[in-house]
Design a protein. Structure first.
Length: 296
């Protein structure tokens, strides 16, 4: 099993949540669930759970047409995608070509592959960033540092083998959630919401959220008839808008820039397993999160 199941390096990717979801599924006696990510990105948790056979299907949604193009072309133009992976050189001149395609191609395959290419070549997996090692490649790490073709091909093939179990959408998350109510009524869905980060969202994703969007999401979640789990970066806004809910913290080892321990907030309408990594956070006990006002 590769270290992470998703071929995308996603800023804030949640492959690390897979074990946590496994425990949630066990604790709540769920069986054979369909795992849904309305803010899919690299779908780190969904892919791991699917490939390990812990959920039977996944439904992915992302508003970003480039992220959608990546998943779409991998699932629907699989042979062509693999051929591009095998034959496209990893170099700064090719990076420039892929960047042009990323900005202007009308072919979903070209757009999807360019998104993947930039994601693997760029610093931190950030689509708007420069390549690892810089344009002049005068650093210890080079543009190909995160582009191990045989490993990536293995990851992609494992996903292609399960493509009948993956459904994809390209909608705004709130519309998508509302559509689930009518189209999947009575089905065994487990929804995992990982919205854009509050603090760094603007830097990391083309589609970020403002305060109103976070509040609107809260309203949609409160109408959600399915089991759901929401994760957030720790911020006073979340304590304010989810004050009726039990809020837990989860410690994570992150590597957005350097490895460090980060803390995320978990809110859910389910029983959540608590241990040394996941604890209830008492209201008012978030002085360290209060330093900065909301400024997204
Ligand atoms: C924190 S990332 C998700 C990371 C993901 N959990 C992973 O493991 O890779 C948030 C994602 O939400 C998407 N997004 C932002 N606004 C959205 C919206 N209104 N509706 C749906 N997706 C949105 C972004 O494009 C981004 O891919």
């Amino acid at each position: 099993m590769p270290v992470t199941a998703s071929p995308l390096r996603f800023p804030g990717g949640k492959a690390k949540y897979a074990k946590f979801f496994e425990k949630i599924i066990e604790l709540n006696n769920f069986d054979n669930m369909i795992f849904v990510e309305p803010f899919a990105g690299g779908a780190g948790a969904a892919m791991t759970l699917l490939l390990e056979g812990i959920v039977r299907e996944v439904i992915l949604n992302d508003i970003d047409p480039k992220i959608y193009a990546f998943w779409y072309s991998l699932l629907n133009n699989s042979a062509e995608f693999l051929e591009l992976l095998r034959t496209t050189p990893i170099s700064v001149p090719e990076w420039r070509k892929q960047k042009r395609k990323f900005n202007s191609s009308e072919s979903i395959l070209e757009l999807g592959f360019a998104t993947f290419y930039l994601n693997r070549c760029n610093r931190g997996g950030i689509l708007a960033a420069n390549p690892i090692g810089g344009i002049n490649q005068n650093s210890k790490y080079m543009i190909s540092a995160r582009f191990n073709k045989p490993n990536l091909e293995r990851k992609i093939r494992r996903i292609i083998d399960l493509k009948e179990s993956i459904t994809l959408f390209n909608k705004d998350a709130l519309d998508f959630m509302n559509d689930l109510k009518s189209n999947y009524s009575g089905r065994e869905l487990l929804i995992y919401l990982d919205p854009p980060y509050i603090r760094k969202g603007k830097l990391l994703y083309y589609n970020h959220y403002n305060e109103k969007n976070h509040i609107d999401l809260r309203a949609t979640i409160s109408q959600c008839p399915f089991p759901w789990v929401l994760s957030y970066d720790s911020h006073p806004l979340i304590f304010r808008i989810y004050k009726e809910h039990k809020i837990r913290t989860k410690s994570l080892n992150y590597s957005l820039s350097k490895p460090r321990v980060a803390e995320e907030l978990i809110i859910s309408n389910l029983k959540i397993p608590e241990d040394s990594n996941v604890r209830e956070r008492r209201q008012g006990n978030y002085a360290s999160s209060r330093r900065k006002p909301y400024n997204n």
